[in-house]
Design a protein around this ligand. Sequence first.
Ligand code: IPM
Ligand code: MG
Length: 374
Amino acid sequence: MTDPKQPVKLLVLPGDGIGPEVVREVGRIIAWLEKNRGLTFELTEDLVGGASLAEYGVPIRDEVIEKAWAADAVLFGSVGDPKWGHVGFDKRPEVAILKLRQELGLFANLRPAKVFDALVDSSTLKPDVVRGLDIMIVRETVGGIYFGNPRGIETLPDGSKRGINTEVYTTSEIQRVARVAFDLARKRDNRVCSVEKCNVMESGLLWKEVVTDVHAREFADVELSHMLADNCAMQLVRNPRQFDVLVTGNLFGDILSDLASMLTGSLGMLPSATLGAEQADGRRPALYEPIHGSAPDIAGQGIANPIAQILSFAMLLRYSLNMQAEADMIEQAVSNVLASGLRTADIMAEGMARVGTSVMGEAIVRELDKLQAS
Ligand code: IPM
Ligand code: MG
């Protein structure tokens, strides 16, 4: 936990595309908190992704990883730029986020999919299916097929090729992410559904066994169920409200969280947190980023939705700084602004007022003023 009198040290990595524009709106919220809530922030900014490739020739520098270790938390925008589509795997802008996850050991990726009442009609699913939806996907992010060995593309004797990736999970990797999921469930509806493919994969079988074991030993008060990943994808569109917390591996989590995000109507709305292990000094490395990408097609036009980035900052306050009241206020302010009818292009609907990035950011700050006064 952080001492409120100490300045909060944040490393801010806006990245590419719309990243810098939406991160700028968080700047307003930070200024508001400093003025109205007696907090002080010490901000350090650096380049990642395509922006870093252009300046330094690498998607992320070791120096930035060190700065991330030194910070209380990392606020990340988004990376990805079609300009770098031709470069090798190790030089893709996306390497910046993968490396941050891996180097800081950020193994638990929290991806909430929550439907705001005001946006219930934005979903492609029927309002009755998604109204009140509040799911938390806990995705493992430093293991599994993303990082397993062997990997690569090899040439066979006949000249044809063979692409290889390996799904690997160890007991301890599964235990620690399961604990995060069970802990979260206790603060929510107390239910965890663990997702794998134990019918075809040994790593899935182990996953199920280990989650079952952690549950029995440490979290017997939480309701646990298991589901195959394919069925889970189907259930998420059939009846998503049956879920509270979902816990799953890296690849299934990547896919299912994109799926879940669309239940809410807009990728532009969804934040995420990625947490590491608690260190000897009690600190816990953590990174906060919107689920959406860099959206190069709309970058620089001032029309991107800053809400996912702002809600990611609210998660930062909640999970890294234990500032629940401030996090609640920001989430409430967003909800009020949506209820008042303001919409960015991605969530625009008939009869609503279409606004750009900065007007949306300003409106959220004005709502914070009202909440503070009330
Ligand atoms: C995500 C993204 C990343 C992932 C990419 C950018 C490497 O899709 O955070 O979901 O696959 O983990
Ligand atoms: Mg993804």
